[in-house]
Design a protein around this ligand. Structure first.
Ligand code: R5P
Length: 281
């Protein structure tokens, strides 16, 4: 068995390979004169693990080509960050169910799929092969326990992230609560006033995704006004679109950490051990 990867997932793929004790295969990537991608995965084995986050549209094309290149090998596809997962409904007439379109395309030619903290696990039904979603909430809790942040209060920004926040807090025995967020647009959210006992506390807001940072910056403003001692953040998928990371720093966050599902300078937690465990099942 070999582990191969798309270009933006080389680090997490290497860690997965190390964790399952399989070699990394070589993937050659170049471009045709018209800028189309050329891919070659030479020397494949009978079984292949493809590790491919999808932080942008080009990664989706690259992954589709890579799956096709693996014809004849039994493929387990790991998608640490699944793009388009948040458009999981037709909110207005004429819109696609984006995750359905992408999931259908990615299911052809693979035996099984593993995702990591996909925004809404219900969408796994759109893959036409067996699909499993794993959570790295315990790994995030373990990382935070080593940061020296004393007796933190773990907060989810909305009830959708409440189960995830409980997963972060549980093994460490930390207090945990959630806020009530309303999303007005892709860029605008508001958070309802809520008494969650933050006075003098080291608060850590945890979420599956940080995209623009708008959710966390809005929450931080309210928590600071309520007397929080410090505010930090941790997420699985650090998208940080449009200056999202800088926005959080400017909002006074003590630290912001993400996992390596999207490879960033603040990717301080690895999803690889949990992925390896799922692959062994
Ligand atoms: C949505 O419900 C997700 O869990 C995140 O809260 C959201 O994607 C964060 O987006 P942003 O950072 O743009 O506020």
């Amino acid at each position: 068995m070999k582990v191969i990867y798309t270009d933006k997932s080389q680090i997490i793929a290497s860690r997965v390979a190390e964790n399952i004790g399989a070699p990394l295969g070589e993937v050659k990537l170049s471009r045709f004169p018209d800028n189309e991608l050329y891919i070659r995965a030479a020397d494949l084995d009978d079984r292949t693990v493809i590790v491919s986050s999808l932080p942008d549209a080009e990664s989706i094309v690259e992954l589709l080509l890579l799956i096709d290149a693996c014809e004849g090998s039994e493929v387990a596809l790991v998608i640490p960050y699944m793009a388009y997962a948040r458009q999981d409904k037709r909110f207005n007439a004429g819109e696609p169910i984006s995750i359905r379109a992408i999931a259908a395309a990615l299911s052809r030619g693979v035996e099984r799929i593993i995702t990591v903290n996909i925004h809404e696990p219900e969408v796994l039904k759109y893959f036409s092969v067996p699909a499993e979603n794993i959570s790295i909430a315990p790994a995030i809790g373990e990382y935070l326990a080593g940061t020296g942040i004393e007796d933190p209060l773990i907060l989810a920004p909305d009830d959708g992230a409440w189960a995830f926040a409980k997963g972060v807090a549980a093994a460490q025995g930390w207090d945990c609560n959630y806020l009530n967020k309303t999303r007005h647009s892709g860029f605008e959210v508001s958070i309802e006033e809520k008494e969650v006992g933050v006075l003098g506390r080291n608060v850590i807001i945890v979420d599956d995704i940080i995209s623009t940072g708008g959710t966390l910056a809005t929450a931080a403003k309210m928590l600071a006004a309520e007397g929080a001692e410090s505010i930090s953040a941790a997420c699985v998928h650090g998208v940080f679109s449009g200056g999202g990371y800088a926005r959080l720093m400017a909002a006074g966050f003590r630290c912001v950490a993400s996992s390596d599902t999207i490879e960033r300078g603040c990717s301080l937690i690895s999803a690889a051990p949990a992925i390896a465990e799922a692959l062994r099942r």
